[in-house]
Design a protein around this ligand. Structure first.
Ligand SMILES: Cc1cc2nc3c(=O)[nH]c(=O)nc-3n(C[C@H](O)[C@H](O)[C@H](O)COP(=O)(O)OP(=O)(O)OC[C@H]3O[C@@H](n4cnc5c(N)ncnc54)[C@H](O)[C@@H]3O)c2cc1C
Ligand code: FES
Ligand code: FES
Length: 1358
């Protein structure tokens, strides 16, 4: 197989290849690098230490954030600059600090978010613009975004939008929906960008002057660019001259760093590297660390010796030759892409086909930071079939240049090169030096395809490289190569198929036979890791079809052998264009009569956006450690239902740094967290009831020690029956929590009797992971005084945390103070479980008498804290021929997991929303929470609302299909329209504004026109289909548990006139503090800058309700208003007496007159309640309304989809802050896109969560945002119930994501109709690529056996 060609590439290297004596230095070298212009000399560099931990813990630069530790989120982005001798220039790279070993930084300059600007000195324009454009909500992703953009500007001060898109592709944001970030950054482009609304004959709004804002009091501007700081390169740190000298030094020796467990050797040159590899054949050759790093960080893999090859010039050399380009194996993928792009330009289309295909793949492979680090050699040598490059490089017969101490040799890259998962045919002492990628030849055609969970920044499910060579001037196949990755443990060549098809003309017969042969040749077992075997099989065939079409097109251009080519079939080839989201928004301006100094109703920037953008904003884990601080790591169950037989922590306790192991017996008070009389154990005592349940915790000196030791605690179990995980199984076992709820209006049976038709069906909706960017955690600090304890905690419900900790420690609440400065996102996930984690950390602090920090890593966070409930709705509906629904009977089942948590309230909310905006006269809903052996599901933005609403929308959708009517017509006909209406729980409301939203949304989305256009599009495109869907929304605001509807605040005025506001809400990005300050500013009549909010603290405002139910601003705002009004009442006489006094003079006068300058404020909200026996009661304070319309396009062959356009009209009453409200709408909607399309959690048949990080679980990234996401806040909307006529907005927009789901369903239906399948079909949420593809049944899916008896599946539907 191998051809040994001698040392043709580097003959000079081998002159002294024998008889060398290894001289690995034993002493530690000095590691020299710079951070933000300051020299760092590290004498004890630890090879295991990544830059992220080093920055945060050793240097104290906490602006760079931890989000995942595996390169999957971008929160840790920093810029690394290096002198590149090959180009004699300094190059700047955005990189993921979590994967950058500090030892690789010798000679490099690191710049972090703190190094580019600050609020104390001067902001960098990138920081200013993201903040002022409202691109920072919780702010946890912001430093990473800033650094990605900053690096781009360092390399290219006037980037195009495409560059910006590319630069941010590796940064996730869970709050904003990305549009405002792009809006801020696009101000750096010199070319104004079009709003993209000018399709067809209509003009762009930039030409016709903001077309959608014709009313004079409507604005489409949320920030002004007028005073933006200009980009000033002199502000940038220069590359340290000392590092230039260091880099140019010729005789650099080996560098060696010895850590506790790992030795790092950086070779001085290639010769040295070869020697090292000979001496340490089992040591990995670390270059970009993007394969090795995640394994070390996330799986605890340790290599005793690591050889670093990132500094070897020969590995980075690129050489263009007559018929190929030789790329050094150490070239990173960004360089590779730029090189190939250059080649494409120079070689022209025919000779560069291979490079074009590679560039196409490189554009969506990982994110920019990973591409800057990852190397082509590492990609090949990782031998991971999900990696994309090997299939195409093998198909085009690349040559690999290998070096070792024995000389050099060349190998052809093919399937035999990969000998197993992670294994290649290279000997351990060999090094991949370079890869020869050929130019394409005249009759050679190459294609590559991939399909991933998300279009960009995601590993492929299946990838392929295909190449065909024709006999000159003919369509006869001379040579065919088809490789697939993702269909087995190694790269697979369809050898038999290729052989059989050689010599055949490229026509329909070859297509038919090729597909058949591939079906037979490529087999994927049901238990294959990653599951989706039928889908993967369908992709195998579909990709071949795409290739066939692509080549056919080429042949047609050459006029060889192509008879007929149906034009609508060409849609198989059009790739989705990734566009930059550039939505419009509009809102009503405040009245002209309002004082200009009154900030209410204006788009003020989030109070701490600038601190967030500069990295100065402090999150709990940014707080410096206190003396003697310890770390706690959880020991969790690996069984779903078992008796705990024994726990042996002795091995763990013997490990370095370990201080203690704690479990139930160490709890001084009660080992339980109580929630409405439902107890949940903190530590499992006798029995475990899910995988991931906390059994104990290791307390150690560092987080690494704690984590490692926690894995060593030996637990023996005895499995208990039953054990089940799914809703269906729970129904079988009749395993339900109490209470079981029912709501009913009218007489459902009578309704069925008079209906023209009856339809029965079901709709399943999967769960969702919160994926807040900041993982959960707490610092518990004993104060040593009367048992006092301070907790710095990421909690949405500080009072509950305080209460639980008190019960655990048997300590009065008055000794426990919870501080919450801000949360890096929460979305309902930081209400309950964080109280348990806090109680455990507090127990550890109590036991050791020392401060204890707990920070869940991403994997543990996903495993332990769980998320949104999966729901199954089974329905029976009676309707008339015109689509009017007369009766519906729906049973909702939710998967509650192993404990009740908030599940019953969530189910109640689902039932209370089951009518949405529809006046169904006879309606019955039953709600059952299934008790299973999964981690307990909990609150998530929307709190059951989205599930309740989606299932009724699904019913309407199905009725429309059965009636042969457009879905929007059936929705319209059933809508509440009378001025006074009653919900199904007999709450009075007016749907007036809902109907306005609906009508405006129909108009703004151009619904009728778009529908026509879509019909035309679908008629002309066989393999791409579009769909559109519009839904109305009625969403209840406030807690249905009436006592929670209260708010409290404390306002202190100091003698200098400054004001400190405290309230019971928590700032988690939604802008509650900004709104509270706006309100205080209005009442006190002082500028917002004089008012400050420091933190949420149970010591200042006790017994506060959670910031949830979209009610935070309502409750807190009213309380702040009340406190400020109290103060103004006291100051009123003085104001009258001294009208000329300034505010400060007034305050001093009041002080002298012994007037209290401190006031509490309280808001007693409505007494909501539901009588479940009678099915009635005012469940909500009021309703927020809206409507949303989305248009999508699907690729029927792959299941990929593209969100094209979304219009939202939202009634937020009189917005207190339109920028924040638009942000909530967009952010909520984008979370909804995730919920309904790409976010899928996988559990193994044993109940183990398999999706434990961003590599496996995909939240929306920039590529998922509709290029046109237009949000309009309904004008002239009032709300007599809430503060300044505003409305709560946090939760409702999530549901709008379902428009994308139903639009996808419409598109699939169009595809099916064309293939003769006119009946309805089931589609559960999320509508993943797999489901879309498999629902678009066609000749390829029918070849894939779908009902085969499965052995053990890889994952189950819970
Ligand atoms: C978040 C994330 C997303 C990603 N997405 C994708 C994706 O969509 N598609 C895709 O294809 N890939 C993806 N990758 C994988 C990435 O492309 C590879 O990890 C990368 O190319 C490996 O290169 P490296 O230099 O970082 O290798 P390292 O991690 O440094 O090394 C990896 C392995 O290769 C060996 N090795 C490296 N260079 C040589 C050499 N010259 N000779 C011999 N052995 C060598 C090492 O010994 C080691 O075993 C992703 C990675 C991450 C972290
Ligand atoms: S923390 Fe580094 S990419 Fe997520
Ligand atoms: S602002 Fe982006 S994650 Fe919160």
């Amino acid at each position: 197989m191998f051809s040994k060609t001698g040392a043709s590439l580097l003959p000079e290297l081998f002159e002294h290849s024998v008889n060398f004596i290894m001289s690995s230095p034993s002493a530690n070298s000095e590691l020299i690098f710079y951070i933000n212009g300051k020299k760092i000399v590290e004498n004890n560099a630890d090879p295991e230490e990544m830059l992220l931990a080093y920055l945060r813990r050793k240097v104290g630069l906490t602006g760079t954030k931890y989000g995942c530790g595996g390169g999957g989120c971008g929160a840790c982005t920093v810029m690394v600059s290096r002198y590149e001798p090959l180009e004699d220039t300094v190059l700047h790279w955005s990189v993921n600090a979590c994967l950058q070993p500090i030892c690789s930084l010798h000679g490099a300059a690191v710049v972090t978010v703190e190094g580019i600007g600050s609020t104390k000195t001067k902001l960098h324009p990138v920081q200013e613009r993201i903040a002022k454009a409202h691109g920072s909500q919780c702010g946890f992703c912001t430093p990473g975004m800033v650094m990605s953009m900053y690096t781009l500007l360092r390399n290219n001060p006037q980037p195009t939008m495409e560059y910006i898109r590319e630069a941010l592709g590796g940064n996730l944001c869970r709050c904003t929906g990305y549009r405002p970030i792009i809006d801020g950054f696009k101000t750096f482009c010199d070319v104004p960008t079009c709003c993209q609304n000018g399709e067809k004959n209509r003009q762009c709004c930039m030409e016709n002057g903001n077309s959608h804002n014709q009313e004079s009091d409507i604005s489409g501007e949320l920030f002004s660019t007028d005073n933006f700081l200009p980009l000033d390169p002199t502000q940038d740190l220069i590359f340290p001259p000392e590092l230039l000298l260091l880099a140019k030094k010729k005789d650099v020796g080996q560098l060696c760093f010895q850590g506790e467990k790992v030795k790092w050797i950086a070779s001085k040159d290639l010769k040295d590297l070869i020697k090292l590899k000979a001496e340490y054949p089992n040591a990995p050759l670390l270059v970009g660390n993007t394969t090795l790093g995640p394994k070390m960080n996330l799986k605890g893999m340790v290599h005793p010796v690591v050889i670093y090859g990132g500094n070897i010039q020969e590995l980075r050399t690129i050489k263009w030759r007559n018929n190929s380009v030789t790329v050094g194996a150490g070239c990173n993928l960004s360089v590779l892409k730029d090189t190939l792009l250059q080649g494409i330009e120079e070689l022209g289309p025919e000779r560069s086909r291979i490079y074009q295909a590679l560039v196409q793949i490189l554009k969506c492979l990982a994110g920019k930071q990973i591409r800057n680090m990852a190397t082509i050699g590492g990609n090949i040598m990782s031998a991971n079939p999900k990696y994309d490059l090997s299939s195409i490089l093998a198909a085009v017969e690349c040559t690999l240049h290998i070096v070792s101490n024995d000389g050099t040799r060349e190998i052809c890259l093919n399937e035999e090169f990969f000998t197993g998962f992670g294994k290649t045919a290279l000997r351990p002492d060999e090094i991949l030096l370079a890869i020869d990628i050929p130019h394409s030849k005249p009759w050679e055609f190459v294609s590559t395809f991939r399909q991933a969970l998300r279009r960009e920044f995601a590993f492929s499910i299946v990838n392929t490289g295909m190449r065909v060579v024709f006999r000159h001037d003919s369509n006869v196949v001379e040579h065919l190569d088809i490789f697939y990755g993702g269909v087995g443990p190694t790269l697979v060549k369809a050898r038999h198929t290729c052989t059989q098809l050689t010599g055949r003309p490229w026509d329909e017969k070859i297509l038919a036979e090729g597909t058949q042969l591939l079906e037979e040749e490529i087999s994927i077992p049901a238990s294959a890791p990653g599951g989706q075997e039928e889908y993967r099989k369908a992709l195998v065939l579909s990709f071949f079809f795409k290739f066939y079409m692509q080549v056919l097109l080429e042949l047609r251009e050459r006029e060889v052998g192509v008879s007929n080519l149906p034009l609508e079939y060409l849609s198989a080839l059009k790739p989705f264009k990734n566009e930059v989201p550039q939505g419009n928004f509009s809102y009503q301006l405040v009245s002209e009569a309002q004082s200009t100094s009154d900030p209410v109703g204006r788009p003020n920037v989030h109070q701490t956006a600038l601190q967030q953008a500069t990295g100065e904003a402090v999150y709990y884990d940014d707080i410096p450690s206190v003396t003697g601080e310890l770390f706690v790591s959880m020991v969790t169950s690996t069984r779903a239902h078992a008796k705990i037989i024994s726990i042996d922590a002795s091995g763990a306790l013997a490990m370095p740094g370990v201080v203690n192991f704690i479990s139930a017996k160490d709890v001084p008070g009660q080992n339980r967290r109580l929630w409405f009389n439902n107890p949940e154990e903190l530590f499992a005592e006798e029995e475990v009831i899910c995988v991931g349940q906390i059994i104990g915790a290791i307390v150690a000196q560092t987080r690494e020690q704690a984590k490692r030791a926690a894995e060593q605690v030996a637990i023996t179990y005895q499995d208990i029956q039953p054990v089940f995980f799914t809703i269906e199984e729970a129904i079988e076992h009749q395993s339900f929590f109490d209470p079981k709820r029912k709501l009913e209006r009218g007489n459902v049976e009578e309704g069925f009797e008079i209906a023209d038709h009856i339809l029965e069906g079901e709709m399943y909706m999967g769960g969702q992971e919160h994926f807040y960017m900041e993982t959960q955690g707490v610092i518990a600090i004993p104060k040593g005084d009367a048992g006092e304890l301070d907790l710095y905690v990421a909690s949405q419900h500080a009072a509950y945390t305080q209460e639980v900790v008190g019960i655990t420690l048997a300590l009065d609440s008055n000794k426990i103070t919870c501080h919450v400065k801000r949360l890096g996102g929460a979305f309902g996930g930081k209400v309950m479980k964080i109280a348990s984690l806090s109680a455990i950390a507090a127990t550890a602090a109590y036991k050791t008498g020392r401060a204890v920090r707990c920070v869940l890593d991403r994997g543990d966070d996903m495993l332990i804290t769980s998320g949104r409930h999966p729901f199954l709705g089974k329905y029976k509906v009676g309707y008339k021929n015109d689509g009017t629904i007369l009766a519906a009977d729906i049973t909702y089942y939710s998967n509650g997991g192993c404990t009740l948590d908030e599940s019953s309230f969530i189910m109640e909310k689902a039932l209370l929303h089951m009518d949405n905006g529809y006046k169904i006269p006879n309606l019955r809903g039953r709600g059952l929470v299934c008790k299973t052996y999964l981690p307990s599901y909990t609150a998530f933005r929307g709190f059951g609302g989205p599930q309740g609403l989606t299932i009724i929308e699904s019913v309407l959708h199905e009725v429309a299909i059965k009636c042969g009517l457009p879905a929007h017509q059936v929705r319209d006909i059933n809508m509440y329209k009378d001025e006074k209406c009653y919900t199904h729980h007999k709450q009075l409301f007016s749907p007036h504004d809902m109907v306005r939203c609906w009508t405006e949304c129909l108009k703004k989305s151009d619904y009728d026109q778009r529908l026509l256009y879509i019909q035309q599009f679908n008629a002309h495109n066989h393999w791409k289909k579009r769909g559109i869907s519009i839904v109305p929304l009625k969403f209840g605001i406030g807690f249905s548990k009436g006592f929670y509807n209260q708010g409290a605040a404390l306002v202190n005025i100091y003698k200098d006139g400054s004001v400190l506001v405290s309230h019971g809400g928590t700032e988690m990005g939604q802008g509650i503090n900004t709104k509270a300050i706006q309100i205080a500013s209005r009442i006190l009549k002082i500028p917002m800058s004089s008012i400050h909010i420091k933190e949420t603290c149970t010591g200042n405002v006790p017994n506060a309700a959670p910031s949830a139910a979209s009610f935070g601003t309502d409750a807190v705002g009213m309380a702040v208003k009340n406190a400020c009004e109290n103060l103004m009442t006291r100051l009123e006489p003085l104001i009258k007496k001294h009208p000329q006094h300034t505010w400060q003079q007034l305050v001093v006068e009041a002080y002298c007159q012994k007037i209290s300058l401190s006031s509490t404020g309280f808001f007693m909200g409505p007494h909501t309640s539901v009588d479940w026996e009678k099915s009635e009661g005012p469940a909500y304070y009021y309703f927020t309304f809206g409507a949303c319309c989305s248009e999508v396009e699907i690729d029927c062959l792959t299941g990929d989809h593209k969100n094209i356009r979304t219009n939202i009209v939202m009634d937020v009453g009189r917005s207190i802050n339109p920028a924040l409200d638009v942000g909530q709408v967009e952010g909520g909607f984008v979370q909804g896109i995730g919920l309904y399309t790409i976010e899928k959690l996988h559990f193994s048949p044993e109940g183990v969560l398999l999706t434990r990080g961003p590599s496996q679980y995909k939240i929306p990234s920039l590529c998922d945002i509709p290029p046109q996401l237009n949000v309009h806040l309904l004008a002239n909307a009032d709300n007599p119930h809430a503060i300044y006529s505003s409305k709560g907005i946090g939760e409702p927009p999530v549901f709008f994501g379902c428009t994308v789901f139903f639009a996808i369903k419409e598109a699939i239906a169009a595809a099916r109709r064309e293939r003769g399948l006119t009946d309805s079909f089931s589609l559960s949420s999320p509508a993943t690529a797999e489901k879309i593809r498999m629902a678009c049944e066609d000749c390829f899916t029918s070849m894939v056996p779908q009902d085969k008896v499965k052995s053990k599946p890889w994952a189950i539907k819970v």
